[in-house]
Design a protein around this ligand. Structure first.
Ligand SMILES: Nc1ncnc2c1ncn2[C@@H]1O[C@H](COP(=O)(O)OP(=O)(O)OP(=O)(O)O)[C@@H](O)[C@H]1O
Length: 292
């Protein structure tokens, strides 16, 4: 398990990460969300020892991250996919990384295959597309087959097929008991990949919980053959009814079963009845605006 406790980072007296604490569990993918400049990258850089914390700690298991003898074998990071020497081939780049963390050369060809870069392995990285560079960065993170993956915006530059591939990769890692933290500003991407959400705004954590919990239903969406009659029946039962798009009615704070019962009692035919889910986007703006 990774535990971040009271992590604070200041640059020139300005606090950009402010007393951030969270835990990442094995077998889960946690999405790290927040608007530009919220502190996601800084938090990830500090927790993986790339920059020193002003205060606070990050531990892996029961050891401080900075005390791990070979952190690359425990935590695979994707933090700046463009920081690769453009004159080297993808294969040479990975071979250098592999020798630095004590991984045999044979693993390099394996990870090149895993990320779909076998054919481009002998080409110079300077000629790679953004998506290919991203895949090379992911290959580097996977070299030691580490139990923990910390990926900053891994979907950057990937096409829809690449995004699906990455989603399967991260879900597969968690299914084998691995721990994943990924940051993203692509809300739809995160919604379908993660189990838990960590939302940061202005350097502070503003939400931390299971996706289902944070996006929980808070009302019912209903459509009827006669919407006006249904609206009257619901209002008579003291429900607050709003008119949504396409003739749908949105009933705040009501369970679908209660709405169905009122419709049945009134003899009204329904064409749609479901819980209203708060979209991730709504949640995101609500939370980060509240933190601003
Ligand atoms: N080396 C640095 N020196 C000074 N300020 C920095 C440094 N690195 C980051 N910052 C500042 O810290 C704040 C948080 O930046 P960070 O990159 O962590 O945000 P982010 O949530 O990852 O944003 P984005 O989605 O844009 O990548 C920003 O205001 C940024 O300008």
């Amino acid at each position: 398990m990774i535990r971040v406790s009271g992590l604070t980072k200041q640059y020139g007296g300005r606090t950009v990460v402010d007393d951030v604490s969270f835990a990442l569990e094995p077998g889960t993918v946690t999405g790290f969300l927040g608007p530009n400049g919220a502190g996601k990258t800084t938090t990830m850089r500090v927790m993986t020892g790339l920059v020193p914390a002003t205060s606070g700690t990050a531990t892996v298991g029961d050891r401080l991250y900075v005390d791990l003898p070979n952190p690359g074998s425990v935590v695979g990071t994707l933090l700046d996919a463009s920081a690769v020497h453009p004159g080297r081939t993808g294969r040479t780049h990975l071979r250098l990384l592999a020798s630095a963390i004590g991984v045999p050369d044979s693993r390099v060809d394996e990870v090149l295959g895993l990320v779909g870069l076998t054919d481009a392995a002998r080409r110079r990285v300077g000629g790679y597309s953004l998506g290919m560079r991203q895949r090379l960065g992911i290959a580097g993170a996977l070299l030691a087959d580490p139990p923990v993956l910390v990926f900053d915006e891994p979907a950057n530059g990937l096409d829809p097929e690449g995004i699906r591939w990455m989603r399967d990769l991260l879900r597969g890692h968690a299914a084998r008991g691995g721990t994943v933290l990924l940051s993203s500003h692509l809300l739809g991407e995160v919604e379908h990949t993660v189990d838990r959400l960590l939302v940061i705004g202005g350097g502070r954590i503003v939400a931390d919980g299971a996706v289902a919990e944070l996006l929980g239903a808070d009302g019912t969406v209903v459509r009827a053959a006669d919407p006006a009659a249904l609206a009257r029946a619901l209002q008579a039962a003291r429900f607050h009814v709003q008119h949504g798009s396409d003739g749908a009615l949105v009933v705040a704070g009501a369970e679908p079963a209660a709405v169905g019962e009122i419709a049945a009692t009134a003899g009204l035919a329904l064409t749609d009845l479901r819980p209203q889910q708060r979209g991730l986007e709504d949640l995101f703006f609500q939370l980060t605006e509240a933190a601003a």
